[in-house]
Design a protein around this ligand. Structure first.
Ligand code: 13P
Length: 249
């Protein structure tokens, strides 16, 4: 039985006052027993302070360094070990914004996921096709290739999460049909079975991300093989983030 994971990716948002207030609001909502898991990923600037606040949910980074060492001459980078040392439990890797803007290849994403697992963090490995790729009928081919290239051999259902985020649905208000989501999530799980074996693939959580809102969350989260949501814009308002989570009670 896969427990749903409701995850917020704050991206490059929130100065200190707003970010700490938002974290506190999420922590207040989640201080009891819940029938699902919750994760928030604040910007690196606030990660240490947020992780130091009392909380019962996951707190993650949005990226970790690809560098081969935990310390060293890698100006501007923050290693997985450093993120873990701040008190984080997870990190996003391979978000499409990093793949596009920072030219991250599958090999870089896989290496980051390995570093995260090695440091005791759970990577949330993101995959997803562009609009041009979807319109060319290539969505499944693109996403399964990303899975083959980005998921390390050390991944298990306990130490790794996948997020399918169609690039064209991120921040646009557009969402794929539930049939399309089911098709891709099924293809992702089938590919994970080829790479990691069916026991691991059956238990690994595959999140959907891209314009998840209170109005569409219940439907998207009820699609087969959808094990949670990775939420961008709507994770920045506690009312919206919690309205999405509340669909899972
Ligand atoms: P939006 O929810 O703003 O579309 O962002 C999705 C996303 O990129 C989460 O990682």
């Amino acid at each position: 039985m896969r427990r749903k994971l409701i995850a917020g990716n704050w991206k490059m948002n929130c100065l200190k006052a707003d970010g700490l207030a938002l974290a506190k609001a999420v922590f207040d909502k989640t201080n009891g027993t819940l029938p699902f898991d919750v994760l928030i990923c604040p910007p690196m600037s606030l990660l240490g302070q947020v992780a130091a606040m009392p909380h019962q949910i996951g707190v993650g980074a949005q990226d970790v360094a690809v560098a081969p060492k935990a310390n060293g001459a890698f100006t501007g980078d923050v290693s997985a070990e450093m993120v873990k040392d701040l008190g984080a439990s997870h990190t996003i890797v391979g978000h499409s914004e990093r793949r596009a803007m920072h030219h991250e290849t599958d090999e870089i994403v896989r290496t980051k996921a390995e570093r995260a697992i090695g440091a005791g963090l759970i990577p949330v490995i993101c995959v997803g096709e562009t609009l041009a790729e979807r319109e060319a009928g290539q969505a499944i081919a693109v996403v399964t290739k990303q899975i083959r290239g980005s998921v390390p051999a050390s991944a298990t259902a306990e130490n790794c999460v996948i997020a399918y985020e169609p690039v064209w649905a991120i921040g646009t208000g557009k969402v794929p049909t539930t049939a399309d989501v089911a098709e891709i999530h099924g293809a992702v799980r089938a590919e994970l079975a080829k790479v990691l074996g069916s026991d691991i693939a059956d238990q690994m959580r595959i999140l959907y991300g891209g314009s998840v809102k209170p109005a569409n969350a219940k439907e998207l989260l009820s699609v087969s093989d959808v094990d949670g949501a990775l939420i961008g814009g709507a994770s920045l308002k506690i009312e919206d983030f919690w309205a999405i989570a509340e669909t899972q009670f």
